[in-house]
Write a protein that binds this ligand. Structure first.
Ligand code: SAH
Ligand code: SF4
Length: 339
């Protein structure tokens, strides 16, 4: 619930409306029961507990990288489903990568989440509770959020929008839109809708190929919206919001990493406010995908830069703790199957 909705509840329960701000503050501090709201009367706390519940994320597993301190959480939700989040420390503070769905319907062939199938959408509160639980666990304020964990955020659009409203609310966690990134495989109609809302968040597009012929092999969504339709939507997003778009490109040896691919990509992105993020692919799905060599990646970057496209190679964090999308949940599922 947002503050206005809680206010209505307070009034309907015969409370003064300022009570809403009190309850809202507690919720955004990450309490997991009404009992913890110590400045409310005992009687009122039990009335709340009879009518409502707080859907918190419970830490089921936690792994800390010995290499860089990255923390990976496996959270259990109220119905027993599990999602992953990853906490990363950067020079500018803590950033948390969170999930928007349990699993994903999109079936990208390189992705561990896609491989595990789809279970359900997360509610706004369940998306938010990952940030709160990570913050409570690390004891430091989280300043940045990336919606890049499990699931396709634009396939759970209403809940994600509500989450964005809640997490950025000044009475709540107050994390500004400029500190939030959302990554999508390219649900084109929602990109137009998001553009028209003119939120200041950073949009990342999982592109991973310069043309339909290659993209359709790894990303089934490309059958619905091809590369040109997707880039058209991106140009609209850039024009409407003035924000630079970030393109994710997983480098897969012999699939999408040739000089010709780099040249075609540069040509496609020409004139667009963009940045390309190259990620050596993680072989997690047993599909035999192999990372491009560092020399190949360097050459790819040089070709892009030579044509005026800025590109960087994504730093790998938490490689010792399965810190990529969907890997931990998948491993736990496999262990459960073995048991
Ligand atoms: N569904 C959204 C957000 C979650 S995926 C999306 O696809 O954008 C987060 C990012 O990790 C995406 O860019 C995705 O393409 C990338 N990714 C998934 N599996 C990967 C792998 N095995 N190696 C490298 N990047 C991967
Ligand atoms: Fe889903 Fe994103 Fe994985 Fe594709 S890459 S299967 S859209 S989570």
């Amino acid at each position: 619930m947002n503050l206005a909705e809680i206010r209505e509840v307070m009034v309907s329960m015969g409370q003064p409306s300022f009570r809403a701000a009190q309850v809202y503050r507690w919720l955004h501090r990450g309490v997991i029961s009404f009992e913890q709201m110590s400045d409310l009367s005992k009687d009122f706390r039990s009335q709340l507990a009879e009518r409502f519940y707080i859907p918190y994320a419970q830490i089921l597993r936690k792994q800390v990288s010995a290499l860089d301190g990255t923390v990976k959480y496996l959270f259990r939700l109220i119905d027993g489903e599990c999602v992953e989040s990853v906490l990363m420390k950067y020079h500018h503070g803590y950033s948390v990568c969170i999930s928007s769905q349990v699993g994903c319907k999109m079936g990208c062939t390189f992705c561990a989440t896609g491989k595990s199938g789809f279970s359900r959408n997360l509610r706004a509160s369940e998306i938010l509770s990952q940030v709160q639980a990570a913050q409570a666990d690390c004891g430091t304020r989280i300043s940045n959020i990336v919606l890049m964990g499990m699931g396709e955020p634009l396939d759970n659009y209403e809940n994600v929008l509500r989450f964005l409203e809640l997490v950025s609310s000044p009475e709540g966690m107050n994390i500004g839109m400029r500190h939030i990134s959302l990554s999508t495989c390219g649900i084109v109609d929602k990109i137009y809708d998001l553009a028209d809302r003119k939120l200041q968040l950073t949009l990342s597009i999982s592109l991973h190929a310069p043309n339909d012929r290659i993209r359709v092999r790894t990303m089934p969504i490309n059958r619905r919206w091809g590369v040109e339709k997707l880039l058209e939507a991106c140009r609209y997003y850039g024009k409407t919001t003035g924000r630079r778009i970030s393109f994710e490109y997983a480098m897969i040896s012999g699939v999408n990493d040739s000089d010709a691919c780099a040249e075609e990509l540069a040509q496609r992105l020409h004139g667009m406010l963009s940045h390309v993020n190259l990620i050596p692919v993680n072989n997690v799905t047993g599909n035999g995908y192999v990372k491009s060599s560092p020399e190949r990646i360097k050459r790819f970057v040089r070709i892009l830069e030579g044509k005026g496209i800025t590109a960087t190679v994504r730093r790998t964090l938490g490689s010792d703790i399965d810190a990529s999308c969907g890997q931990l949940r998948r491993r736990v599922q496999e262990e459960e199957v073995k048991v």
